[in-house]
Design a protein around this ligand. Structure first.
Ligand code: GCU
Length: 439
């Protein structure tokens, strides 16, 4: 009986969390108009990079903060760092592993984030580094026994209600998950190609559930934490990670790449839009609220984002539930804020919720801002075939398979970084053939 009642409660909660089904039919996309990144709020057109940088870019940044990701602190000093724990012979001598704790307050026992940094041991000069947030503890990134295991947040295993509102608990480090997500990170591949990797478990910055805010940085940094957002806080954490990377002479400050998957891709794009130290940016299936076009009524909706993840976006985003057409911005403008830095957008065929074509069109439309800088943008307007990357100033691929980060994805990001920064230790791979078919 108790189980039955619990099941009923679970059903009721599920119904509450349910939103209108996504549209997956191209023929049923209502007509939509994308805002023009090159039209100033006073109606004048932007025709040069100076006006873009001095006038339009600040306008767009303010719009994204006001309407989408909320307002973080006006300024942030680098975080206080612990001693750095270094092993110069990690991964059988292939890597230098460094681990540091960055404290959010003066209290060493208070909220903090843990950075895991791998650098190629063979490097003769400062290394380029990919920075990324991880969905799971740092120790899941590789089997390496030297990675300090994180405390993690999980849904309370004793709560069997199945309710989306069920409790979360903070659990002690669990060594059984060491290396569990190594396939998503490809640490040795990066190192072999001359790249470092810096990872932070995103729950350290703010745990990702309704009510998680009280355990994260938001209440510590802004007077009204509800005027910011979880995505905003994660983006902030990425910039604080770079503050610390900049203190390490073995890191090449001019070649900091940022990679983010899914919700962490949304956070990565917002971080890169605000922080020019991210010199190359990769959005891996960041979807709606990230690279994709919300106004293109295909895949995930504002309705779903605001219902399933009400803590992700700032307070004004709620008014766009069911009304993406009213949003004054869209994904292509978030991408445009990264111009003229190299930018790669990736989709997956079976990740239709993210709307691969919406991600592609967003990359195409960001191109006109790249062109202000004499760059080419994506260089194609027809969607490439699956697994056929296109790489210019903007890169794009749609991989076969599901919502994930795979070795194939990393191969493209490394080739893209080599293309723009010069290969470190391997010959530069030729950019893959552009598209051949109409989407
Ligand atoms: C959900 C959500 C997406 C998000 C994804 C993820 O599917 O609807 O917007 O990108 O989670 O982060 O894995």
């Amino acid at each position: 009986m108790v189980r039955f009642l619990l099941a009923l409660t679970a059903l009721a909660f599920t119904a509450l969390a349910q939103t209108a089904p996504y549209n997956f039919n191209e023929a049923k996309i209502p007509p939509y108009t994308l805002p023009d990144p090159l039209t100033l709020s006073n109606g004048l057109k932007v025709t040069d990079s100076k006006t873009w940088l001095e006038k339009r870019r600040p306008e767009l940044l303010a719009l994204f903060a006001d309407q989408v990701y909320g307002h973080g602190p006006a300024e942030s000093a680098p975080l206080r760092a612990s001693e750095v724990f270094t092993d110069r012979k990690a991964l059988n001598g292939k890597a230098i592993r460094k681990q540091v704790t960055l404290y959010f307050t003066e209290d060493n026992a208070g909220p903090q984030m843990h950075v895991l940094l791998y650098l190629p041991a063979a490097a003769k000069s400062p290394s380029p580094v990919f920075v990324a947030l991880s969905f799971n503890g740092n120790h899941t990134v590789d089997k390496d026994p030297g990675i300090a295991a994180n405390e993690v947040w999980l849904r309370d295993p004793n709560d069997i209600s199945g309710s989306p509102n069920r409790k979360w608990v903070h659990l002690l480090p669990d060594d059984r998950t060491r290396g569990q997500f190594a396939a998503n990170w490809q640490v040795e591949k990066l190192l072999d190609r001359g790249y470092g990797l810096a990872v932070v478990y995103y729950y350290d910055i703010e745990p990702d559930f309704v009510g998680g805010m009280q355990y994260g940085v938001r209440p510590l940094l802004v007077r009204d934490p509800d005027s910011w957002s979880a995505l905003g806080a994660w983006a902030w954490g990425l910039s604080r990670t770079v503050d610390w990377l900049f203190t390490d002479r073995a890191v090449d400050q001019r070649r900091i790449a940022l990679m983010g998957h899914s919700r962490l891709g949304k956070a990565a794009l917002w971080a890169a839009a605000q922080d020019p130290r991210f010199a190359l940016v990769v959005s891996n299936e960041s979807g709606k609220g990230g690279a994709s076009l919300l106004k293109r009524g295909y895949g995930e909706t504002t309705d779903h984002l605001n219902t399933a993840f009400p803590h992700w976006f700032g307070p004004n985003y709620k008014q766009y539930t069911g009304h993406p057409e009213k949003l004054p911005v869209d994904g292509h403008e978030l991408l445009a804020l990264i111009a003229p830095r190299p930018l790669y957008v990736a989709s997956a065929v079976d990740d239709q919720g993210s709307d691969p074509k919406g991600e592609f069109l967003s990359a195409v439309n960001a191109g006109k801002v790249y062109q202000l800088f004499g760059k080419k943008g994506l260089g194609v307007t027809l969607m490439p075939l699956p697994d056929q990357p296109v790489m210019h100033d903007i890169g794009y691929h749609v991989r076969t398979g599901k919502h994930d980060v795979t070795a194939f994805d990393w191969d493209q990001y490394l080739a893209f970084a080599d293309l723009h920064w010069g290969a470190n230790q391997t010959p530069k791979p030729a950019p893959a053939k552009p598209e051949t078919r109409r989407p």
